[in-house]
Ligand binder design. Structure first.
Ligand code: ADP
Ligand code: MG
Length: 725
């Protein structure tokens, strides 16, 4: 019997020996690796004339506008450094609204006029690039014939070298704007939101006797991902085209044994992780944590937090390195939010806080009830989440993340906030008139004499909340694994800026009226807490009862992307973002269109891929098997059996194949639909017609997978992809 491609894949996985020792931390110490490919502060200090270095660092550290005359000197030093490190090209890296990064490479070489060439890179080339912007989504901000778009150097995110075996590239992080000045990217609004928050937080700090502060937001994003063998990947058109499996029946063993989370990491995977880390270290990305995640073949990587802008650039790099490095180990890294139905999907816990250059503003200290400044900043966050929960929900919406949110292993689509015992208790005391005590953690008695006593946190954790206070930061857990985190952080920064603005204004007025800061704070906070506490929920976010309770509290439950998209252009949203100059109304409208289009395209590609697979892979296998069974029944009859074995199998097979055919028909109709309308109308159509057709096709196909003879089944199965390593 000829073997199927699937069986060949398994054979090759079993026999391939991968080269695992590609990096060696025994000979290369981490400290000799970290940041070697980055034009970072040390490198700038070593390479730049002192006044230039100072001017550049002033921009990086204080947000001061860069003096354009320093650009030439910086460009020249950067170029020399890059050439020494083997770079032949430079590129302005930007983040168009596709969510992924874009780059166009230019060579350093310029003709010298005498038939030769010299390496050149001027300040002008460093500061500004001009990619043709017409091929990037603009959501109607600009017509395609008006193609002008500019990339503008972001001096606060250091340039770095991207290595390639055949020559390296100097990469310059940039913002991307249209000729008319509108943001066409994800970096510009993030930077604006950081400025907005800094201004408002500084007002509050000034009231606490700390004038003239600059406040940054900090982010530590934890990335979840799957790894599967490349041989399986290439046999799955759905994984290639959409990033997730559109078919596949649940494996007999899934994640129910709970033996994967924090389990021993397989050798090939660990080798892969070490190389990813080495690559990321070179790029100055401070990765710290790695472990197995809950689902089979699922893992996590997390960095040490940095300022939001740098953390975002580094997060994008992390995704790229994870994807790129996998190939060297015969693996494919799946960053999709839900590559496999029925087991956990992947998220990106976005740990967020605010800090000055010396103080984390969400650090409660030992007696948080006395820490008025901490309570003001925390209350501001609670108020922001309560008031703008729909915008937060919008910030995490995508066709991919829809499969994960609320799927009983990820936070629900209802935005709520978890405070933990200690903070919840204090908030309740404040609401009742004033906080007098803080619950303390104390020591943890292990009850085993040889084990040390352990200090105990003041509150337990909660894994089911979309937004949780985790000691000295908030963790926004509903962010999708493949998302660009700039969206979530732009929203967080802006809504908290508005809250701080409100609080600062109230306190300033009360103080002007003769109140002390303490009295003004005590008078203000209870009301805010009363208003906002509907969003506080410390129970199990996965439980059915919570959905009922949330509805009673009047919390929005925007179940999918199409439900939430209109929030983009609601009057309140526009007013908020315009007030803090983060997005203009036109920019929001464009994002509304782009998000709608992105949703439609993602679902349409899934529909078309599923249709193709159902028709050309699954149906033929099922028909072949039907023929086999039919022939076997005929043979039985010919041999004289009145009721040959297989008659019943044949019956179920025929009816299931008919279900598949019905699914195919509905899918054909849904993906073939063409109509005029706004981008949002198409998104709605995709949700209401393509997704149900896809689901019914899948249901029949997955049933067939459990009936059809294994040697006829063309697609690698869940039990193979997730467990054969
Ligand atoms: P946990 O175990 O609670 O998830 P960790 O200390 O492992 O906490 O941190 C998880 C992530 O949160 C890491 O990326 C870490 O750098 C980040 N983090 C810690 N403190 C802050 C902070 N002040 N602001 C932003 N992120 C933070
Ligand atoms: Mg975590």
């Amino acid at each position: 019997m000829p073997t199927t491609a699937r069986q060949e894949a398994i054979k090759s996985i079993a026999s391939t020996k991968h080269v695992l020792n590609r990096v060696d931390f025994k000979t290369t110490h981490v400290k000799d690796l970290f940041g070697v490919n980055v034009f970072n502060e040390d490198m700038q200090r070593a390479r730049l004339p002192k006044p230039i270095f100072k001017a550049l660092q002033k921009t990086v550290k204080t947000g001061a506008t860069l003096d354009p005359t320093v650009a030439d000197a910086v460009a020249s030093a950067m170029k020399d450094w890059a050439l020494e490190r083997g770079a032949t090209h430079y590129t302005h890296l930007f983040q168009p609204m596709t969510g992924i990064t874009a780059e166009k490479h230019d060579s350093f070489l310029t003709p010298d006029g005498a038939g030769g060439a010299v390496a050149e890179f001027s300040g002008k080339e460093l500061i500004k690039g001009e990619p043709d912007a017409s091929s990037f989504p603009s959501g109607g901000l600009r017509a395609t014939f008006e193609a002008r778009g500019y990339t503008a150097w972001d001096p606060t995110s250091p340039a770095y070298i991207a290595e390639n075996p055949n020559g390296s590239t100097l990469v310059i992080p940039t913002a991307f704007l249209s000729w008319t000045g509108e943001a066409l990217d994800k970096k510009t609004p993030l930077l604006k939101s950081m400025d907005a928050l800094s201004v408002q937080a500084a007002r509050v700090l000034a009231l606490f006797g700390k004038p003239g502060q600059r406040v940054i937001t900090t982010v530590g994003p934890e990335q979840e991902y799957f790894l599967i063998d490349k041989s399986f990947y290439y046999l799955r058109p759905d994984l290639i085209a959409t990033g997730r499996t559109l078919f596949g029946s649940p494996p007999p063993k899934g994640q129910e044994l709970e033996d994967q989370y924090f389990g021993a990491i397989p050798e090939r995977v660990l080798a892969y992780m070490a190389e990813c880390e080495a690559e990321l270290f070179k790029l100055g990305v401070p990765v710290k944590t790695r472990h197995n995640e809950v689902a089979p073949s699922q893992y996590e990587i997390a960095p040490i937090y940095e300022n939001s802008n740098l953390a975002t650039d580094h997060q994008n790099l992390t995704q790229e390195v994870l994807r790129k490095t996998a190939d060297k180990y015969g693996l494919v890294c799946l960053i999709h939010e839900k590559p496999f139905a029925g087991i956990n999907g992947s998220g990106k816990h976005n740990n967020w806080s605010m800090s000055t250059d010396s103080e984390n503003l969400l650090e409660p200290g030992h007696t948080p009830h006395e820490n008025a400044q901490f309570l003001v900043f925390t209350t501001a966050v609670i108020r922001a989440v309560a008031k703008y929960s729909k915008i937060l929900r919008l910030a995490i919406a995508s066709a991919h993340n829809d499969h994960r949110l609320g799927a009983n292993e990820a936070p629900p689509a209802i935005i709520s906030i978890f405070l933990g015992d200690q903070l919840n208790d204090i908030i309740e005391q404040i609401e009742a008139g004033g906080a007098k005590t803080s619950k303390q953690g104390g020591m943890f008695q292990t009850g085993v004499s040889v084990l040390p006593q352990l200090p105990k946190e003041a509150g337990d954790r909660n894994r089911t909340s979309p937004f949780a206070f985790t000691g000295n930061k908030f963790e926004f857990r509903a962010v999708g694994s493949s998302a660009n985190i700039s969206g979530a952080n732009t929203v967080l920064n802006t809504i908290v800026a508005e809250s701080l603005d409100y609080i600062a204004t109230q306190l300033e007025t009360a103080i002007k009226g003769g109140k002390s800061l303490a009295d003004a704070t005590q008078a203000l906070l209870p009301g805010i807490i009363k208003e906002s506490k509907k969003v506080v929920f410390n129970g199990n976010g996965y439980a059915e009862e919570w959905h009922a309770e949330a509805a009673k509290r009047g919390l929005p439950n925007l179940k999918n992307t199409v439900d939430v998209l209109p929030v983009t252009v609601e009057a309140d949203t526009i007013a908020l973002f315009e007030k803090y100059k983060v997005y203009s109304a036109a920019e929001l409208k464009s994002r509304y269109n782009i998000l709608s289009e992105a949703y439609t395209k993602a679902v349409a590609i899934e529909g078309k891929t599923a249709l193709l697979m159902a028709k050309t892979m699954i149906l033929p296998a099922a028909l072949r098997y039907q023929k086999d069974v039919g022939e076997s029944i005929a043979a039985g009859k010919a041999a004289g059996a009145a009721q040959p074995a297989g008659v019943e199998v044949f019956g179920t097979l025929v009816s299931t194949i008919n279900e598949l055919l019905a699914g195919i028909k509905s899918l054909e109709k849904a993906v073939g639909h063409e109509a005029a309308g706004e981008p949002y109308d198409h998104a709605k159509f995709a949700r209401d017609h393509i997704i149900p057709a896809l689901l019914s096709t899948r249901e029949a196909a997955d049933k067939l997978e459990t009936m059809v003879s294994d040697d006829l089944w063309p697609l690698p199965t869940y039990r193979e992809m997730l467990f054969i390593k």
